[in-house]
Write a protein that binds this ligand. Sequence first.
Ligand SMILES: *Cc1c(COP(=O)(O)O)cnc(C)c1O
Length: 397
Amino acid sequence: MEISKRVNDMQFSPIRRFNTFAFEAEANGKTVYRLNIGQPDIETPLCFKEAINNFDKKVIAYAESGGVTDLLDAMIDYMANMYDMHYERKNVLVTNGGSEALINTFIAILNPGDEVLMAEPFYTNYNTFCNEVSGTIVPLTTSAEDGFAWAKRDLIEAAITDKTKAICSISPGNPTGRVLTMDEMKLIAEIAIEHDLWIISDEVYREFVYDGAEAHSFGQLKEVEDRVILIDSVSKRFSACGARIGAIISKNQEFMDAILKLAQGRLCCPTLEQVGAAALYRVDKSYYEEVKAEYQARRDAAFDELSKIPGIVCQKPAGAFYMTAKLPVDSIEDFLMFMLKEFDDKGETAMFAPAAGFYATKGLGGNEMRIAYVLTPDKMRRACELIKLGVAAYKNK
Ligand SMILES: *Cc1c(COP(=O)(O)O)cnc(C)c1O
């Protein structure tokens, strides 16, 4: 018996790989500030549980494959009220998180060998999603020095071949925190039209833009409404990762019909979680402001402290809750092992994700780390101070 080549070629999550060593450090009495995983600690709005408590049907029946109508309507209202984007029920389909939205999008638009363009470093699970359908991610390489900018005509066009089917955008970005400006989005739209490509826009961090900037969506660009596929999720926006509710949103009816076939095959998304999610999409606008202010304070604390490291390369990220920074070390993995096994300051250390796993191009990111600012500002400052102290101790080793 054999495992398929498709799956043999996949990797285990590079983000979780170092957890064993963190557990060991903790078993030895060290406190480990974990900045390696994007699991927010913000409380899920209470309305989620209240809505589920108020569910009064006697049977937890299958929901509609495309999603509970009340949730579809809540999503539609949210997009209209917050972004002036106008959708109908047939344009929206509920998925098991943004993850299933991406997998099914790739199944629907890629044949084996087809290519999608994506700025690297990118959220590693895209490798799995794309490999599952034997598609290929063609990376658009960006750099810390340049703030991970990627919306450049020559960079994108040089990567387009006759197998290219889509441009994938994650904005606000994971792992870089890069946010596309409206002008950059328009440029990408222009290129997609000229080369007849889909635009897959992963907007699971849509609201997380800082310094007073306005959040944008590819759904606001009329000229590409037939080729834009929005990927949405409650996970990050409402701090509800375990609810597993997301959505695919598109005005291309042929695409939505294809997606519905796939959705019917897996019957439905969890009925109760959809009831809770409908309440989340109706939270007051003030929720977004509060959460944003909290993340911005965390980012500022982290960035301020990291900036004190001599030789670090990192621009202040404009959104999401990640930062990718180049450290003055040869091997970030070796440095991380040092942080977990040898280093401590008053019994404390910090852990981050090595960035190499976020690059498709071998050899890139070897001295870069990604941190998720998912702890309170005080803890973020302390954790980044530990990285700063760790770098100094590592260099004096
Ligand atoms: C977390 C994340 C997702 C998917 O998360 P779900 O929990 O499946 O909704 C998708 N894209 C990016 C960039 C993410 O960070």
